[in-house]
Write a protein that binds this ligand. Structure first.
Ligand SMILES: Cc1cc2nc3c(=O)[nH]c(=O)nc-3n(C[C@H](O)[C@H](O)[C@H](O)COP(=O)(O)O)c2cc1C
Length: 202
């Protein structure tokens, strides 16, 4: 089959786009208002985009709280969403009024970050403490401004639960990170395989 996204003439009950751009890592974003209110929400339009320096992005459909607060206080934290935290992660996507804490709402404990003010999720095995770089409002192919915002941040501090470091390497499969697919589907990384790069690759 083939469909034109301007017509969305796929004939399927649901748009398949997100089932194709899959698996997507989940940036579980902690942010904080200038009054010190803590906010936590998952974003699967999320990724690391360079490693030197380590830069991440997340994208929001509408100017959601995480976007507004990351820009307000210029900091945010990306917590790793794992299989064991799936219920809490999903719970933090509830549309709570700004200022009401999703951590309390889902029974999650916060742990202080070292280099930024927003706390990390204590139970999450990894957290990237980020300084806000810029927010880009997207335009579509026709130049139309969209209510779509991409936030970029540089990870200045990285927390790793030492239990997941084995023989000098981070044991990703042991952390069981979850990833978003399409519809109501998720994937879990609980096994990995290795492959050497071709010689001379950059
Ligand atoms: C797994 C998962 C991934 C999500 N990814 C996104 C995303 O990439 N962009 C987005 O705008 N909303 C996404 N959402 C919805 C937001 O988490 C939700 O709208 C949330 O209330 C936003 O919170 P905030 O206003 O505190 O930032 C996702 C929800 C879930 C459960």
């Amino acid at each position: 089959m083939f469909y034109d996204t301007r017509k969305n003439d796929h004939g399927l009950p649901h748009n398949p786009f997100k089932a194709i751009v899959a698996p997507r890592p989940i940036g579980w974003i902690t942010s904080m208002s200038s009054k010190g209110e803590v906010n936590l929400a998952p974003y699967s339009f999320f990724n690391g985009i360079t490693d030197k320096p380590p830069i991440v992005m997340f994208s929001s459909e509408g100017a959601k709280d995480s976007v507004v607060l990351a820009e307000e206080t210029k900091e945010f934290v990306c917590n790793l969403a794992t299989f064991d935290l799936q219920v809490q992660m999903n719970g933090t996507s509830a549309p709570l009024p700004r200022g009401e804490c999703e951590m309390k709402h889902t029974g999650l404990e916060a742990a202080p970050s070292r280099l930024v003010k927003p706390p990390r999720v204590a139970a999450s095995p990894c957290a990237l403490e980020c300084k806000w770089l810029q927010t880009v409002r997207l335009k579509d192919f026709g130049g139309q401004q969209l209510e779509r915002y991409v936030v970029f941040g540089q990870a200045v501090g990285v927390y790793i639960d030492d239990r997941f470091i084995k023989n000098g390497r981070l044991d990703t499969a042991a952390m069981k990170p979850i990833a978003r697919l399409g519809y109501d589907e998720y994937a879990v990384i609980d096994s990995v395989f290795k492959m050497a790069r071709p010689k001379g690759g950059g």
